[in-house]
Structures are given as structure tokens and as C-alpha cells.
Design a protein around this ligand. Structure first.
Ligand code: ATP
Length: 312
């Protein structure tokens, strides 16, 4: 089957900086593909090349079987796009803006705009300039999904959305996949990739450092744990916790009548839970570390990418 997206030795150079470095990627039709990676890894640059917003320095791109440089508006209409930095402004209402977009995109089935706006809890009667960042983002989502394009390219689509709306958005993504649409989703948020993506690629310094299904990448295996214990002897606690498997970055501090512990658990959390069971636990938070940290830990990176000023 023709891949929905195929990148071959794709490269983008900004002066001496290589933003995307010999990237090979194949995205099967009808799948959700998650692209994750630390800031400056090259995600946005890759997506912009796929949309022909910027041109590659070298390499080839096929999108829905076509070269995006030659596909023109006809190809563009078959792609729903949410840019990473969505800028929407103006006095027209959300509804008028979407009506305007629907004239240039493929036809939109009647009722779809309202149905999407309802699902995302978006008020279409308000002028765009008066919308909060999150509501503008919802408008961007409706605009990308409303004509049910065969391909959706979504750059950090949940930024600014509250958790309930994020969840609904993820349902939109899986509904789209169930209808046979292909979704390329870039994100910093590991949980949303874990919940939706069939395949995930980890990008670091313009290169894919890992690719596979989410489970096999073990990205969820690292957690940051913070605990408050009704105890006073921090030294004993430090010793006992330090002896448990999978614990690193252990920090144990004594405050009045409470010992605060923070640690990173890389792997099985069960030994820690069993150890905590014998204590009086006052506070407990188990957090997913940010994606950057997980990626860097798992796939190592000799030096962090520069995040200097952009010059174009
Ligand atoms: P983020 O999650 O922070 O948006 P990203 O993975 O999307 O990161 P890109 O925006 O693609 O990363 O940037 C990749 C690299 O290319 C970075 O080092 C960035 O500074 C550089 N870069 C991107 N656009 C330009 C530009 N127009 N001019 C110069 N350098 C650029």
C-alpha cells in the first residue's frame, strides 16, 4: 500500500545548523504516528517540510503519493494541519472564520463544524481576537478536522487545552483513525502519544533515535515520585530507599515531623510501593517526567541541542 507519508534521507540545514538530518520515515495509511522529542529536535521543521511550508536542503518527500512541491492546492486540501504556533486574530467570529476556511478546503458536511465545536466546548459566536489561547487552539483543531481529510498533520495540538478538552481531542484523533484517516502527531506530552499513537518515533538533534510501538519503547518506564512521610529519621530512610532497585536521584530531607523524599524510578515501581506500605504516608505524587527527560535518559544524548535565535 502507498504510504501516507514517506521521507527519504530528508535534511534541512539552517546555515551550519542541521535541523533535520537524513531522516527516513514511513507512515502507513490509517495509522496514528507520534513524533516526540526534546525542544529543538526538528519536529516542527519536519512537519513544515511535509506541508511544503519550507523546502528541504536534500532528500525526498512523498505525501499521499505525491511530491508536496508539485501537489499544490489539490494536495493541500487533502491535509488537515495544525501549526505549532497558531496565530489567529481579527474581529470575525469563530464561525465566520471556519466558514471562510471551508470555502478553500474540501467540502465540509453540514453540521460537522457545530458537532466538533460542541465536543470541544467551543463558542463559535465570539470574535477570534477575544478568544483565550486554548479556545483559539480549539478553533485550529476544528479547522483541521472539519473536512475529514485523509491526512492530519498536528504540531503540538493540545498546547493550551485543559485536561478534559485534551481527552476529547484524543478521541477525535482515534475516531479519525477509525474512519481510515492517517494522523501524524507531534508532542511533548508522553501520555497523549501513549494513548493514541500506533507507532512512535523519537527525534533527537534532527535524527530518529528510536522507532516502534509505544510499549516497546518503554517510554513510560520512568517516573518521578515525591513522598511525604510521618518520620523524623531521614538518614535511615535514605539508606533503605537507596538500597531498593530502580531508584536514582534520591533526595531525602527532614522537615518538622515530616521527611520529604523525591526520587526517580526507572522500571518496576513495586519495590518502592511495598517499602512505602510500612510507613505512614502523608503525601504521595507519582509524576510522569517531562518527555525531554525520558527521551534523553533512554536514548542518551552527548550534548543538548542549541536553542538559539531563529534567523529566518
Ligand atoms: P520545539 O518542540 O521546541 O518546537 P522542534 O523539535 O519542533 O522543537 P524545530 O523547531 O524543528 O524543533 O527546530 C530544530 C532546530 O532547527 C533547532 O535547533 C532550531 O533552533 C533550528 N531552527 C528551526 N527553524 C529555524 C530557522 N528558521 N532558522 C534557524 N534555525 C532554525
Amino acid at each position: 500500500m502507498t504510504p501516507a507519508i514517506e521521507l527519504t534521507r530528508l535534511r534541512k540545514q539552517y546555515g551550519r545548523r542541521t535541523a533535520v538530518d537524513s531522516l527516513d520515515l514511513r507512515i502507513e495509511p490509517g495509522s496514528v504516528f507520534g513524533l516526540i522529542g526534546p525542544n529543538g529536535a526538528g519536529k516542527t521543521t519536519t512537519l513544515r517540510m511535509i506541508l511544503d511550508i519550507i523546502r528541504p536542503t536534500a532528500g525526498a518527500i512523498r505525501v499521499l503519493g505525491e511530491d508536496p512541491r508539485r501537489g499544490g492546492p489539490a494536495l493541500r486540501r487533502r491535509i488537515g494541519f495544525i501549526p505549532g504556533e497558531l496565530r489567529l486574530d481579527g474581529r470575525m467570529t469563530g464561525r465566520r472564520l471556519l466558514d471562510f476556511y471551508s470555502e478553500v478546503s474540501s467540502p465540509v458536511t453540514s453540521g460537522t463544524i457545530d458537532r466538533l465545536a460542541d465536543r470541544l466546548d467551543l463558542d463559535l459566536s465570539r470574535p477570534v481576537h477575544a478568544l483565550s489561547k486554548g479556545n483559539k487552539q480549539k478553533l485550529g483543531i476544528v479547522q483541521a478536522f472539519m473536512h475529514e481529510p485523509p491526512l492530519l498533520v498536528l504540531d503540538e495540538p493540545t498546547s493550551g487545552l485543559d485536561p478534559l478538552v485534551q481527552r476529547e481531542f484524543l478521541r477525535l484523533v482515534t475516531d479519525a483513525r477509525d474512519r481510515g484517516q492517517t494522523v501524524l502527531l507531534s508532542s511533548h506530552v508522553l501520555s497523549e502519544i501513549q494513548q493514541t499513537a500506533d507507532v512512535v518515533a523519537v527525534l533527537s538533534q534532527g535524527k530518529i533515535v528510536a522507532e516502534g510501538d509505544v510499549a516497546s519503547l518503554r517510554l513510560g518506564a520512568i517516573r518521578r515520585v515525591r513522598v511525604g512521610l510521618a518520620a523524623t529519621n531521614a538518614t535511615v530512610i535514605r539508606e533503605q530507599l537507596g538500597a531498593l532497585p530502580h531508584i536514582s536521584e534520591l533526595d531525602v530531607r527532614s522537615e518538622t515531623d515530616i521527611v520529604r523524599v523525591s526520587a526517580t524510578v526507572d522500571g518496576d515501581i513495586d519495590p518502592l510501593v511495598k517499602w512505602l506500605a510500612q510507613c505512614r504516608v502523608i503525601d504521595l505524587a507519582v509524576e510522569e517526567p517531562d518527555l525531554e527527560e525520558s527521551v534523553l535518559r533512554l536514548y542518551g544524548e552527548p550534548s543538548r541541542p542549541e536553542t538559539g535565535e531563529r534567523d529566518a
